[in-house]
Design a protein around this ligand. Structure first.
Ligand SMILES: CC(C)(COP(=O)(O)OP(=O)(O)OC[C@H]1O[C@@H](n2cnc3c(N)ncnc32)[C@H](O)[C@@H]1OP(=O)(O)O)[C@@H](O)C(=O)NCCC(=O)NCCS
Length: 180
């Protein structure tokens, strides 16, 4: 398990799946905002790749996020779009509604940076998020990500086009353990 100050990132367990399906992916608004595609329901027992991890897939590494104290599941975190030639990847995260606003998001980003830069030897990490997602922007910027651009009207979300913000962090600018 990878450890931050409040959360740990571990493998997906079978018992995580019904909780993530019910609390994250069956929430139409949350899923529409976070996924970059149209919401559709996940059938119980299906091998939906959003929930069931394929350990052979090289391009993405999905984690379940747990509280260090007690081990309760609080969400998901993913290093995705891993490009080992350019040494670039993207990060994404989603916390269960009851676990938001307690500083876990910033800690998850910190642990994903450790995984990307230290464990995987990457050079650049990238985040795309909706321009109105203040907690995501703040979680990224606290860890040193900088806003590199606005993708105007790039996301169709629940009946309207929204802007996305592109943020990047280079390995040489990353300061482990210091959150601005
Ligand atoms: C986005 C998300 C991961 C952030 O995690 P979180 O644990 O809720 O965020 P934190 O508690 O670490 O807060 C991060 C910062 O945002 C600030 N913040 C939180 N809500 C805010 C709001 N509505 N407006 C402005 N700032 C806000 C916090 O004060 C904190 O700043 P600080 O460290 O300077 O005090 C989480 O809210 C989530 O899972 N949301 C739904 C899914 C999603 O949007 N995923 C991202 C897709 S790209």
């Amino acid at each position: 398990m990878l450890r931050g100050s409040k959360v740990g990132l571990r493998a997906r367990h079978e018992e995580d799946i019904p909780i993530l399906r019910a609390e994250l992916y069956n929430d139409v608004v949350n899923a529409s905002r976070a996924e970059g595609g149209p919401w559709r329901p996940i059938t119980p027992g299906s091998k939906d790749p959003r929930l069931v991890v394929d350990d052979q897939a090289q391009g993405s590494v999905p984690f379940s996020v747990v509280e260090l104290e007690g081990g309760t599941l609080v969400g998901t975190a993913t290093l995705w779009g891993i490009d080992n030639h350019n040494r670039v990847a993207h990060i994404g995260l989603g916390l269960l509604p009851s676990s938001r606003g307690q500083g876990y998001g910033s800690d998850v980003v910190a642990v994903l940076c450790h995984y990307g830069f230290v464990v995987r030897g990457l050079h650049r990490l990238q985040i795309e998020t909706l321009a109105d997602n203040a907690p995501m922007l703040r979680s990224a910027e606290r860890n040193g990500f900088v806003r590199e651009g606005v993708l105007r009207s790039s996301a169709w979300v629940m009946g309207e086009f929204l802007d996305e913000v592109l943020l990047g962090l280079l390995a040489q600018d990353w300061k482990p353990g210091s959150k601005a």
